[in-house]
Design a protein around this ligand. Structure first.
Ligand code: NAI
Length: 271
């Protein structure tokens, strides 16, 4: 059910790779809620061609950009403002990639060139996007900027590898930029989402176990990509005008639960 929460708002959505992507669901919901936006992804991800289906469905223009390239981001903002006919009201950063994770490197045997790439793609890109948006005066007063994070920023998770450091930096960038953009009434937040079966998620070793464990521990169960999109829409809407510089857990209560009855029973029944 749509509520016209984003009627007349303009935005840029990063990171829709395929229909499982969290950004894909956000784009669908933003369209339903009356927003217009451009879609962007790394040129290499475009080759799969799936994003064009989403663009057609949402009436969006697709503009390729490697989120680590300042030149690509400059071009993206110039073209987005042209396509949308004005400044933007919301931005979604839904980008993550670690070459160390992808190539199966152990945390005790990291390739540091790749570590820097992980940080550049998964965290610094968020800073670059906001720096360029600010320099180009591309954001309307009251705009809302959201990036997606994961609890490994606060608590150690085996296998999450150097992405944990990237997420910690991402959350810190949200606070620092939220402070900076506050005078323009612009909000910057991160949403810390439950483990979700997407291309990025499945790249983490033992991911299916995380999903199962989190599902059992969370009082409300895991949050789906679609539920995450619903939450992000509220953050883009005018209903959350005073929420900024937060890392907002969208995880069914996982982050606040130490142990559940289900785990206690499972543990004692084995004794
Ligand atoms: P996904 O694989 O669908 O999306 C990741 C996106 O990052 C892809 O569209 C990919 O093309 C894009 N990307 C990678 N390198 C890029 C670059 N250099 N420039 C521009 N885009 C680039 O997976 P998902 O799960 O939708 O990931 C979205 C965000 O959600 C990521 O930040 C991820 O870390 C975060 N997240 C995911 C969780 C999960 O369990 N799937 C849990 C918590 C957070």
């Amino acid at each position: 059910m749509a509520y016209n929460l984003l009627k007349g708002k303009k935005g840029i959505i990063f990171g829709a790779l395929d229909s499982n992507s969290i950004a894909w669901k956000v784009a669908e919901k933003a369209h339903e809620e009356g927003a217009s936006f451009t879609l962007t992804n790394a040129p290499i991800a475009m080759r799969m061609g799936e994003i064009n289906k989403l663009a057609e469905q949402c009436g969006a223009v697709v503009i390729p950009a490697d989120a680590t390239s300042l030149e690509d981001l400059e071009n993206l903002f110039t073209k987005s403002l042209e396509a949308l006919g004005g400044k933007v009201d919301f931005i979604l950063h839904s980008i993550g990639m670690s070459p160390n994770v992808r190539k199966g490197k152990d945390y005790g045997d990291l390739n540091y060139e790749w570590f820097l790439k992980t940080i550049d793609i998964s965290a610094l890109s968020f800073h670059k996007i906001m720096q360029i948006a600010e320099k180009k005066d591309a954001l309307n007063e009251g705009a809302s900027i959201v990036a997606l994070s994961y609890i490994a920023a606060q608590k150690a998770v085996p296998g999450y590898n150097d992405m944990a450091e990237a997420k910690a930096a991402l959350e810190s960038i949200a606070r620092s930029y939220g402070l900076r953009l506050g005078p323009k009434k612009i909000r910057v937040n991160t949403v810390s989402q439950s483990p979700t079966m997407t291309t990025a998620g499945k790249g983490i070793s033992g991911f299916d176990v995380f999903v199962d464990f989190a599902e059992k521990l969370s009082p409300l169960g895991n949050a789906s990509a679609e539920e995450c999109a619903d939450y992000v829409i509220t953050l883009f809407s005018d209903l959350t005008k005073k929420v900024t510089m937060q890392n907002l857990f969208h995880d069914g209560g996982f982050s606040c639960t130490a142990i559940s009855d289900e785990f206690i029973q499972a543990f004692y029944s084995k004794k």
